[in-house]
Design a protein around this ligand. Structure first.
Ligand SMILES: Cc1cc2nc3c(=O)[nH]c(=O)nc-3n(C[C@H](O)[C@H](O)[C@H](O)COP(=O)(O)O)c2cc1C
Length: 364
């Protein structure tokens, strides 16, 4: 039994957003002292060369990252690597500060290991994020910064918002993510169309003097045809895809949540995102790097996404249900799975459940 199994019932008595804020405050406090960071790192960080991944010109000590939305204001970048993550993604950051949707806006659905959120990009804006990152200094693992548009920006100016957030933050992130898939900002998912995305990526490209890798985060509902139409653009202008954001489907959640607006994460999005990873890997013939996200609670969940075509994975909801030891558990399990399957390192496991695609790439 984990210590977290004892703490969880107490935490789950608290309102979910309050519990999250308290956890963040505790992490921010712990992050201020070298000795607390070292203590936690000694407990949670798994070091094994088999876990190291090189992607988009960056070196990741392990393939398990913290997904966007946990640290929206870039306040935890010193601390979260000590929980054993191989990379961390902060944001979504919008150019201007905004409050997000009215509370309550975050709900637990424990019957199916899920969360439902309609936070709506609550954040202090790009300039505040830049200040926080200046104060924190460089993170000890690659840092992604996930950017989005403000809720009151008209759709025809969306690309300007991404450009502005990127301009303010470009010196701080090791990679960037264009989030066009949150279901909680009106019109955002329409930016997954080829023309809209091209406009955004072009605006970023003009400003991207350091050639920082730019990923695009997709919704699990994207149609195959639309995904296929994006491939040439992504190959030319993006470093890769993050698959996926939360789902608007209510198929796998109890009926009382059917009309509650927001995106569902955790177990109900697990298979959807894995299927979409496999599809993106197949239609791009393995040429577009993929970061897998959605319902990863165990090493086996991560392994399935890697086998489907993800080079790296990210977790959020699993952290709420399984606690701070999650990255260590997944990493230890991945080392075991690599050995069991006779695979030397993570990169060799990517896409292995899709032998035809791998073969078409000319890999062994
Ligand atoms: C409360 C909450 C807030 C989130 N906020 C963001 C966000 O701001 N930007 C984003 O790209 N994804 C956001 N996500 C989506 C996660 O990054 C992740 O892609 C998704 O939850 C699926 O992974 P999971 O099942 O491990 O949670 C959020 C998820 C949750 C639960």
């Amino acid at each position: 039994m984990r210590l977290y199994d004892l703490a969880r019932p107490l935490l789950f008595r608290m309102d979910p957003e309050t519990a999250h804020e308290r956890a963040c405050r505790a992490l921010a406090l712990a992050g201020r002292f070298g000795w607390t960071r070292e203590l936690l790192a000694s407990k949670f960080v798994v070091r094994d060369p088999a876990l190291q991944v090189e992607l988009a010109g960056l070196r990741f000590p392990n393939p398990v990252g913290l997904a966007a939305g946990y640290d929206k204001d870039c306040l935890l970048t010193r601390m979260t690597p000590c929980l054993g993550f191989g990379f961390i993604e902060a944001g979504t950051v919008t150019p201007r500060p905004q409050r997000g949707n009215a509370a309550p806006r975050l709900f637990r659905i424990p019957e199916c290991d899920a969360l439902l959120n309609r936070m709506g990009f609550n954040n202090h804006g790009a300039r505040a994020a830049a200040e926080a990152l200046t104060e924190a200094g460089r993170a000890s693992v690659p840092l992604g910064i996930n950017i989005g548009m403000n809720a009151d920006t008209p759709p025809e100016r969306a690309h300007k918002d991404y450009a502005e957030a990127f301009e303010v933050l470009r010196g701080f992130g090791d990679y960037f993510v264009v989030n066009v898939s949150s279901p909680n900002t009106g019109g955002l998912r329409q930016l997954q169309s080829r023309l809209a995305l091209e406009r955004i990526l072009t605006e970023i490209h003009i400003r991207n003097k350091e050639k920082k890798p730019v990923f695009v985060k997709l919704a699990p509902e994207i149609e195959t045809e639309q995904l296929s139409s994006l491939i040439p653009l992504l190959l030319a202008e993006a470093a890769g895809l993050i698959i996926s954001n939360t789902t608007t489907s209510r198929q796998d959640v109890p009926p009382r949540w059917a009309t509650e607006p927001g995106g569902v994460s955790g177990a109900p999005v697990r298979e959807r995102s894995t299927r979409l990873i496999a599809e993106a890997y197949r239609v791009s013939r393995g040429r577009i790097p993929i970061i897998g996200s959605g319902g990863i609670f165990t090493a086996e969940d991560a392994w399935r996404k890697i086998s489907a075509g993800a080079s790296l994975v990210q977790v959020y909801t699993g952290l709420v249900y399984r606690g701070p030891g999650l990255a260590r558990e997944i990493n230890e399990g991945l080392v075991r799975l690599l050995r069991q399957n006779g695979v030397a390192r993570i990169a060799d496991a990517v896409g292995r459940s899709q032998p035809e695609t791998v073969a078409s790439q000319g890999r062994p």
